[in-house]
Design a protein around this ligand. Structure first.
Ligand SMILES: O=C(O)CCC(=O)C(=O)O
Ligand SMILES: [Fe+2]
Length: 357
């Protein structure tokens, strides 16, 4: 991303007061900090993370993302993600829909599979543009390794709090197994004429386990639970925005939250700027079942016995993490969306009746 001046986030728009979790304290096993992490994960499923030491790697990823998304459209389209449900590769603005009516999205992004990064120079899933290949070793691999380390340190806290055997969640992300984990570079062009509440990336929950987002401009919004109010997440230098994906409520019967969010235009004076964003999505291995871990945790078993999650929703039939993501990605695609049924098939845990435990 070019290091240009960006207008500051306005101080007169409401923002979500996310907890700031100190990663250094989490790593040191600080109990009070893991209490706060637990609170964030069970109430909203969103928090900021500080002291993660990933800023340098993220900065280089923004550069790599900019040189890739600046390639000619014809070249980017050689790496298009396609309509079959694979997430990896390039997605142009307007390839997805944001609602039941089929309104088109307005973000373009490039997804790079963690499996391809770690296996480089071998390919596991697919090939990438030259600007990605050039930085695989120097930029992308170090970023992905750090992002995975952070994810697993956070997931270890949840294992303990959920009364799961040590490693129960982390082992569901075995490095040798194919997974949907990926790094994502996103660009959206300014649309100052668009209403402030029109999404560029439609309201969704994330598909996997844990997401880490680096934002420079505003635009990310979270729907506060039990309300119809969308609020901006303020980008704060040095803080990574973390959120949980669908695997967590599915494994825990809704104890851990995967909250709805979307991307709209950056607010006010930021609305004329190009918005860049970077994310790492940790997802379970493709062959892992997304069903409550009742056999491994009494805490989860009790909650599920009281309130089964999404019991009348066909999307919640037992399925693997690979099937879950493929279904959701496939039906986000404009070409596959043919009305309310296909729209519903693109949905995740956002409409589940669940536990508030
Ligand atoms: O760009 C952002 O801030 C968030 C993007 C997002 O929610 C996603 O890619 O799943
Ligand atoms: Fe997301």
């Amino acid at each position: 991303m070019p290091a240009t001046y960006l207008p500051p986030f306005p101080d007169d728009v409401p923002t979500v007061p996310l907890l700031v979790i100190d990663y250094a304290l989490i790593k040191a096993g600080n109990v009070q900090e893991s209490d706060r992490l637990w609170q964030a994960a069970t109430e909203l499923g969103f928090w900021y993370l500080k002291n993660h030491d990933v800023d340098q790697e993220a900065e280089e990823m923004f550069d790599m993302g900019a040189s890739t998304l600046d390639l000619p459209m014809s070249e980017k389209m050689e790496y298009e993600q396609g309509d079959s449900g694979s997430s990896f590769g390039y997605k142009h603005a307007g390839a997805w829909t944001i609602d039941e009516k089929g309104t088109l999205d307005a973000v373009e992004f490039l997804n790079i599979a963690k499996d391809d990064v770690l296996a480089w120079p071998q390919h596991v899933h697919r090939t990438y543009p030259r600007t990605v290949n050039d930085r695989m070793q120097s930029t992308i691999k170090p970023y992905v390794r750090k992002a995975l380390d952070i994810s697993f340190a956070i997931l270890a806290v949840f294992e303990k709090r959920l009364g799961l055997p040590r490693g129960a969640i982390i082992e569901r992300h075995a490095m040798g197994e194919a997974s949907g984990s990926e790094a994502r570079c996103i660009r959206s062009l300014p649309r100052p004429e668009i209403p402030a509440d029109r999404s560029s990336l439609g309201a969704h929950t994330d598909f996997g386990t844990l997401t880490m987002i680096h934002n420079r401009l505003g635009g990310l919004q979270v729907l506060l639970p039990a309300s119809s109010t969308w609020q901006y997440v303020k980008p704060i230098p040095g803080l990574v925005i973390c959120n949980l994906g669908d695997a967590m409520p599915l494994w825990t019967g809704g104890i851990l939250k995967s909250n709805l969010h979307r991307v709209v235009n950056p607010p006010k004076s930021q609305s004329t700027e190009v918005r860049w964003s970077l994310g790492f999505f940790t997802r379970p291995a493709n062959n892992i079942l997304l069903a409550p871990l009742v056999e491994e945790s009494e805490i989860i078993a009790e909650v599920v016995a009281r309130t089964p999650l999404g019991k009348d929703n066909p999307n919640f039939a037992p399925q693997t993490a690979g099937e879950w993501s493929a279904r959701r990605v496939k039906y986000m695609r404009r070409k596959n969306q043919k009305g309310p049924q296909t729209w519903l098939a693109s949905r995740g845990t956002e409409h589940a009746e669940g536990s508030t435990a």
